[in-house]
Design a protein around this ligand. Structure first.
Ligand code: C5P
Length: 212
């Protein structure tokens, strides 16, 4: 079974995808990390994330970079969002994600375009959303835990800018697949969001079986 979990930044999609992977004993790919690695590598090597040639060059990042905690910070998220607008970068990362999705037994992938581009055939598609306030609050708590000195206002502005860029880009914009189910986590605890996601996957599976 392929499970696609898409949604904007800090909506809870990563936590939900990881929990679904554990629940169904499936491998999980956080596809945002790939874009973050490209953005980080591009900037670290003196490139300009807005220039397609520089961004494409950075697609050859070493796999070890994926474990670097620097990829998790908000600044790298911004770089990721800038390199991700280039269709050539998306093309470079496509095969890796597609192969992951098609492994025997299935997989859980989270990102922005899993249900629309990477695995349109996914059995279950969730589109996870939350209000900007709820997302900024969560990101702020995460950053504080990591001992990073950031302001709530800066985080909210950064999230809004990233959402705008992700929604407006021409290629693979952030948009729910027509057959995705919407999960709003604004008012849900972590456990309640996970329980709701599992119920949605079960309903999608049942719907499919009923249609066979
Ligand atoms: O999910 P995360 O915040 O780690 O993603 C970082 C950025 O990478 C996003 O803002 C988005 O621009 C890009 N991305 C994407 N397609 C994906 C996953 C992430 O364009 N499937």
């Amino acid at each position: 079974m392929i499970i696609a979990v898409d949604g904007p930044t800090a909506s809870g999609k990563g936590t939900i995808a990881a929990a679904l992977a554990r629940h169904y004993a499936l491998p999980h790919l956080d596809t945002g990390l790939l874009y973050r690695a490209v953005g980080y590598q591009c900037a670290a090597s003196g490139g300009d994330p807005d220039r397609v040639d520089d961004a494409v060059l950075a697609c050859g990042f070493p796999d070890a970079l994926l474990a670097d905690p620097e990829l998790r910070n908000e600044a790298t998220g911004g770089l990721a969002s800038r390199v991700s607008v280039h269709p050539a970068v998306r093309q470079c990362l496509f095969q890796r994600q597609r192969v992951f999705a098609l492994q025997p037994g299935g997989a859980v992938l989270d990102g922005r375009d899993i249900g629309t581009v990477i695995a349109p055939e996914a059995e279950a598609k969730l589109f996870v959303i939350a209000s900007v306030e709820a997302r900024a609050r969560r990101r702020f708590a995460e950053m504080q835990e990591q001992g990073r000195d950031v302001s709530m206002a800066d985080i909210a502005a950064e999230l809004a800018a990233r959402d705008e860029r992700d929604r407006k880009r021409a290629e693979a914009p952030l948009v729910a697949a027509p057959d995705a189910v919407l999960l709003d986590t604004s008012e849900l605890s972590r456990d309640a969001a996970i329980a709701a996601a599992i119920a949605m996957v079960e309903a999608a599976r049942k719907g499919r079986t009923d249609r066979l």
